[in-house]
Ligand binder design. Structure first.
Ligand SMILES: [Zn+2]
Length: 220
């Protein structure tokens, strides 16, 4: 899953408004950010198999650190603890929201990936909905839209903020469509680098979206 991961980021921000949206954007892709780095470093491994699944050509045969159940849980706790420490107040809520945002990545990946997510030694899980683009693509967009809807209801906007916000959501959907129907992947290094850059740029854009929302008045 790609853009669908941002649904929980929006919902997480709606739940704990003291956390910047860009932090939530990093949280929901934290596993993939590290995956990109570890793939570029040659530590986690993937190969491109054209036509493997309609939704993805990536054979993710070795990613025990970032995408195993234990790895995901550890990264969720680590990220949640770091942000809670930085938060200073309402730390329990911040920890819970950020850790849940990180772990939501694993749950959504579980739905679309082939069985490549390690549960424990030798046992891997994945429901494989990437096999059917007509199922996986709407799922991405539904997750994104549901999160966005919760966000708009809970996070007050400055004047024009909601218009800008829905423009941003449309941009995210367009990025997903480009990924689904654009030119196929040709190199692993290229794929990992593109993912890394995309996650960073989108988190930056989320920081700009934060500027279009009203300051919170003492709430969480
Ligand atoms: Zn992932």
């Amino acid at each position: 899953m790609f853009i669908g991961h941002y649904g929980p980021a929006f919902a997480g921000k709606a739940a704990v408004r003291s956390v910047p949206l860009w932090v939530m954007f990093v949280a929901v892709q934290f596993m993939d950010l590290l995956w990109s780095v570890l793939v570029l470093a040659g530590i986690e491994k993937v190969r491109i198999v054209p036509g493997l699944m309609q939704g993805s050509d990536l054979d993710l045969f070795y990613m025990p650190y970032t995408h195993s159940l234990a790895g995901a849980a550890a990264l969720a706790v680590l990220f949640g603890a770091l942000i809670a420490l930085a938060a200073g107040r309402r730390r329990a809520g911040v920890f819970a929201a950020c850790a849940a945002a990180v772990f939501s990545h694993w749950l959504l990946d579980l739905v679309v990936h082939r069985p490549d997510l390690m549960i424990y030694d030798g046992v891997k899980a994945g429901f494989g909905l990437w096999r059917w683009l007509w199922i996986s693509l709407p799922l991405e967009l539904i997750s994104l839209t549901l999160g966005a809807w919760v966000y708009v209801r809970r996070v007050p906007a400055r004047r024009g903020g909601n218009l800008i916000f829905w423009g941003f959501v449309a941009l995210l959907a367009a990025v997903q469509l480009y990924t689904s129907f654009g030119s196929p992947l040709t190199s692993i290094k290229g794929a990992a680098t593109t993912a890394l850059v995309a996650y960073i740029v989108l988190a930056g854009a989320a920081a700009l979206v934060d500027l279009t929302r009203a300051k919170q008045a003492g709430g969480a």
